[in-house]
Design a protein around this ligand. Structure first.
Ligand SMILES: NC(=O)c1ccc[n+]([C@@H]2O[C@H](COP(=O)([O-])OP(=O)(O)OC[C@H]3O[C@@H](n4cnc5c(N)ncnc54)[C@H](O)[C@@H]3O)[C@@H](O)[C@H]2O)c1
Length: 363
């Protein structure tokens, strides 16, 4: 099977690396609108490149495309590829507007095409363990989750990510992963979102660099996400250490607490910890018992955290075997709606009900 990668930047290069491990692939072709980049990829990555999107879309021996271009072109590339009968993996965020994201989903539904959005944390060993505990009933029903995420700034060269028109908002570009995860764990519908953002620390961003966001599910469960970009040092640690080890203790933080009515769990990326508590009750009152405490090998960080590797291979396998996406496009759209609701809430300084977001797909 042949695969095309549309967008040969950093994420495209990551996917190229992952696809080398797929036994189902014979060839990978990369398309990018930047000719110099294609030339560099040929030289440094040894991949085949193609400067014409039409030739990729017309090629019957390319059944699957990975969209790893910048956010502002996701919708156009996805719709064209689906119309051409290709299976599509599209990086998050789905699009820079909700109407564009809806158009992508409608096209997939009308054509019966395969569309999976890149929420690779659903493949993460760390977060899958929490999902397993929930599915086994070990935590009971989720009541409350808290996520604290602090990370370092993007440099000025990454300007499209932080520009209002091309980013689509920090929530989609960066935080869609972290709310998608909770939606997946809770298996519930978000009803209302309230987000506040302080004036930026990073002067050259047009999007927010911080939020406190609270969202409430239909069940009554409440989740909270606190995000801050900028205070953490950027890769100033020991260059011989991998990225997670370099960033541990330098201001980076990515910790969840998940509370159910039968137990609790904690995931903490930088110290590499995963914990579970069981709740019980006796004459004294309610007590908790610490029952699991795991860690993982630094060499396996890529599997335990942003597991784009297994995601890429799973998508190839699904397409080869005619299976549907791991996450339906409608489900991905719900996460996208949550991101836009948070942006509206922060802008208008009020809680936003999800049913306020009427969507009309763009053509
Ligand atoms: N899932 C994750 O954890 C994760 C991590 C990083 C990036 N991403 C996503 O991957 C995408 C790419 O990010 P990146 O870091 O590689 O950015 P990048 O700036 O390194 O690369 C983007 C590439 O897209 C190309 N491009 C622009 N318009 C195009 C078009 N019309 N057709 C084809 N190529 C086009 C650019 O020339 C550039 O080579 C973004 O959507 C980003 O949000 C996801």
């Amino acid at each position: 099977m042949k695969v095309a990668i549309l967008g040969g930047g950093q994420m495209g290069i990551n996917v190229m690396g992952h696809l080398r491990d797929s036994p189902l692939l014979s060839d990978v072709t990369v398309y990018d609108t930047d000719a110099a980049r294609l030339e560099k990829l040929r030289r440094e990555q040894g991949v085949t490149t193609e400067a014409s999107l039409e030739r990729i879309l017309d090629s019957p021996d390319i059944p699957l495309v990975f969209i790893t271009a910048s956010n502002d072109v996701h919708k156009s590339l996805a719709v064209q590829a689906l119309e051409a009968g290709k299976a599509v993996m599209c990086e998050k965020p789905m699009a820079t507007t909700l109407a564009d994201a809806e158009a992508m989903v409608q096209t997939a539904e009308r054509t019966g095409g395969f569309l999976q959005v890149g929420f690779e944390l659903r493949y993460s060993h760390l977060y899958r363990r929490v999902k397993q505990w929930l599915d086994l009933g070990l935590l009971g029903k989720i009541k409350n989750t808290q996520c604290t995420y602090c990370t370092s700034a993007w440099g000025r060269h990454n300007v499209w990510r932080a520009a209002a028109g091309t980013s689509g908002g920090m929530f989609g570009e960066k935080l869609s992963h972290y709310v998608d995860l909770v939606r997946w764990w809770a298996d519930d519908q978000v009803e209302e979102v309230y987000a506040v953002a302080a004036p930026n620390v990073i002067s050259y961003y047009e999007v927010h660099d911080n939020y406190h966001c609270t969202y409430r599910f239909k069940s009554g469960a409440v989740s909270q996400l606190t995000f801050m970009m900028a205070p953490a040092a950027t890769f100033q640690g020991d260059p011989l250490q991998n990225a997670v080890s370099q960033q541990a203790g330098d201001g980076h933080m990515l910790r969840y607490m998940i509370y159910g009515d039968k137990g609790a769990a904690e995931t903490d990326v930088f110290p590499r910890t995963l914990k579970r508590w069981e709740f019980g009750e006796d004459d004294w009152g309610q007590r908790s018992r610490w029952v699991e405490n795991e860690t993982w090998d630094p060499d396996e960080d890529f599997k335990w955290f942003h597991n784009t590797h297994d995601q890429a291979l799973d998508i190839v396998r699904r397409v080869a075997e005619g299976e549907p996406p791991m996450t339906s496009p409608r489900d991905a759209l719900e996460t996208t709606r949550l991101c836009f609701a948070a942006e509206i809430s922060a802008r208008e300084r009020r809680p936003v009900r999800m049913d306020e977001l009427r969507i009309e797909a763009t053509q």
